[in-house]
Each structure stands twice: as structure tokens, then as C-alpha cells.
Ligand binder design. Structure first.
Ligand code: ATP
Ligand code: MG
Length: 321
């Protein structure tokens, strides 16, 4: 829903790794929109594993407080430590809970080679964002047969209902539009293994895939492979009162600092965020510019087979916006 605003206060949380390279790219794309959106005001905010190693806190209170004052936000990525680190827990998982961003909406769309053609993959993964194995009730206990790791996987009726509702609302806006009533949406319940198999065999059958937290994460990474790169896939974390854009990829430590991260997932996340706030024209301008650059295929980062640097891709997109 679009509210008449004088300015748009946008929190920026680049966090770790390539988050620090791709969030500035998204900012540049938003700035290029000019009068299509209220004047953006960016608030730089800290979080992340690296911050934790320096200061002992991964998500400062000030960051949460500042985000509550923003109209929306963009989050980069956090590194997951390879070993359990005492006192550390993921700031993005905490933020999703703090701001009650109960849905992670991840559109996975291939860019058709022919501008008028239909993309072969065009689906939205709707990932439940607050529970499942992410409730952090984990223990390791010693038994007479050795150590035993246990984790609680929580699925509540309340969270299942609200993520279901979000998925239905989204279904009504899809190109293969259902007639406009929840009753008319076709539901096919599937187990995750066969769902992934069918996703790879015939991705065109899916409009929306709604899944619990962990399966939703895995399904969207898998779907990202179908469209060529994790570096293309955006998301928003959405609740009833706030929206935070976030590329689906992680902090990608293997390529961080090399200026070769694909900025498109982050730039598209900004477009998704704006679309959710009702700034359709601005969102379309960003998405169309990205589509053109990908379709043209001359300025691409190495994950898509190109030789270009992050900033060259950003420049090409900005020129088209
Ligand atoms: P994390 O623990 O933060 O999730 P990760 O090692 O799982 O880190 P991902 O960010 O999930 O890394 O990336 C998985 C693979 O995809 C890596 O090889 C990474 O380089 C690649 N990748 C991810 N994002 C991008 C991007 N924006 N541009 C190019 N390659 C990317
Ligand atoms: Mg990852």
C-alpha cells in the first residue's frame, strides 16, 4: 500500500562479505530513480559476524532501534562461522523476528533471450521466516553411546496460517492469474524431495512454492541454479508493517573483496522492496534496466560467464534506468 511520503527513509545494513559491495550498488540504483519515488534518505547501520569479532555484538541495539524508525531497509549478507562461536547468533535471523518479518518472498525468474518471449522459470518461493529449525533450541548431550545433537523444529498453526495467507495473496497477483478468490487458487501439496525433483524437471508448473523456513531456503537456492546464478535472485523479508530487501545469496567469502560480485540480486531486491511499498513505476524501471543488461549479455560478472567488474554492471544498469 502506497502512503504519500515526503521522503523515504531507507536503512542500509551491508553486514559482511559481498554485502558491502552489493548494497551500495542497490543504493545507487534507488538514487537513479529521481522523482519516481519520494526523496530517499539513507541510514547506514552496522551488523554482522565481522562486527561481532570486533565488538562482541552482531546486532547492536541502535541498529534495531534505527530500523524501527525507517520506512524500509536493505540487508546485505552475514557470514556463517564454520564452527560454533560462543555468544554469536545470526543477526538476520534475529532481525526477522524483531521486526516480525514473517515471510521471505523470493521470485526466481529467468530472463528470456527473446524480449517478447516468456521466461521458462517464473515462480515465487514464499519461505516461512520465523520458525522451523531456526528457533535455536539446540543442545549437544553426552550419552553412553557418545555425543548426541538435538534441535527443535517448530511449526505453529499461527505462523503456518499467516504464511499461507501471504502466499494466497501473492497468487492472486501472478501472471497466470487465478480468478480473484482464494477458493480458486489451485493447491498441490508436495513433499520436499519430489517438489525439488519436479522443480528441476518442469519448473514451469510452479507459480508459488510455499515452504517452511529450511526447505524454503534450499528450494530457492536450487531454483537459483535453474536461472544461472545465485547472484540474480532477490528477496524481501515482509511482515504486515515493514519490508526489508535482501539478496538470496550469502556473504560469498570466496569472492569477497575482488570486485566481481554480481550486484543484480541486491539491485532487484531494492526493486522488490519499492514494489511492495507501492512504487511500481520505480520498481519497473529498475527491473527493466536489469533485464536489458542481462539480455544484451556484454556486461556481466564472471558468475554469468562475463568478465566485467561489479561497478561496470552497476554503471550499465544505471545508464538504462
Ligand atoms: P554464507 O555462509 O554467507 O551463506 P556461502 O559460502 O554459503 O556463504 P553464498 O553467498 O551462499 O556463500 O554463495 C554460494 C556460492 O555462490 C559461492 O561460490 C559464491 O561465490 C556464489 N555467489 C553467491 N552470490 C554471488 C554473487 N552475488 N555474485 C557472484 N557469485 C555469487
Ligand atoms: Mg550460503
Amino acid at each position: 500500500s502506497s502512503v504519500a511520503r515526503q521522503s523515504l527513509k531507507i536503512g542500509l545494513v551491508p553486514a559482511d562479505g559481498i554485502g558491502r559491495e552489493v548494497i551500495p550498488a542497490a543504493r545507487t540504483a534507488i538514487e537513479a530513480l529521481g522523482s519516481d519515488i519520494p526523496k530517499p534518505q539513507f541510514i547506514d547501520l552496522l551488523a554482522g559476524f565481522e562486527l561481532f569479532t570486533k565488538t562482541g555484538t552482531a546486532l547492536p541495539e541502535e541498529t534495531i532501534a534505527a530500523l524501527r524508525e525507517c520506512d524500509c531497509a536493505l540487508f546485505g549478507a552475514v557470514s556463517s562461522p564454520s564452527k560454533r562461536v560462543t555468544g554469536y547468533s545470526s543477526p538476520i535471523v534475529a532481525l526477522r523476528k524483531e521486526l516480525d518479518l514473517y515471510a521471505n518472498i523470493r521470485p526466481v525468474v529467468s530472463v528470456a533471450a527473446n524480449p517478447s518471449g516468456k521466461p521458462s522459470v517464473d515462480l515465487v518461493v514464499v519461505r516461512e521466516n520465523t520458525e522451523c529449525l531456526y528457533v535455536k533450541q539446540e543442545t549437544i548431550i553426552a550419552t553412553e553411546n557418545g555425543r548426541e545433537a538435538r534441535a527443535t523444529r517448530l511449526i505453529t498453526e499461527r505462523a503456518s496460517r499467516r504464511i499461507g495467507r501471504m502466499a494466497f495473496e501473492l497468487a492472486l497477483t501472478r501472471p497466470r492469474k487465478e480468478p480473484g478468490k482464494f477458493d480458486d487458487v489451485t493447491i498441490a501439496e508436495q513433499l520436499v524431495d519430489s517438489a525439488v525433483y519436479r522443480l528441476f524437471r518442469e519448473p514451469e508448473i510452479y507459480d508459488i512454492m510455499v515452504a517452511p523456513n529450511l526447505y524454503g531456503d534450499i528450494i530457492s537456492d536450487a531454483a537459483a541454479a535453474l536461472v544461472g546464478s545465485l547472484g540474480l535472485v532477490p528477496s524481501i523479508n515482509a511482515g504486515d508493517n515493514f519490508v526489508m530487501g535482501e539478496p538470496v545469496h550469502g556473504s560469498a567469502p570466496d569472492i569477497a573483496g575482488k570486485e566481481i560480485a554480481n550486484p543484480i540480486a541486491s539491485i532487484r531486491s531494492a526493486a522488490l522492496m519499492l514494489r511492495r511499498l507501492g512504487y511500481i513505476q520505480g520498481a519497473d524501471r529498475i527491473d527493466n534496466a536489469v533485464d536489458e543488461v542481462v539480455r544484451q549479455g556484454t556486461v556481466l560478472t564472471p558468475d554469468l560467464g562475463g568478465k566485467s567488474k561489479t561497478h561496470e554492471v552497476v554503471d550499465a544498469i544505471i545508464k538504462r534506468i
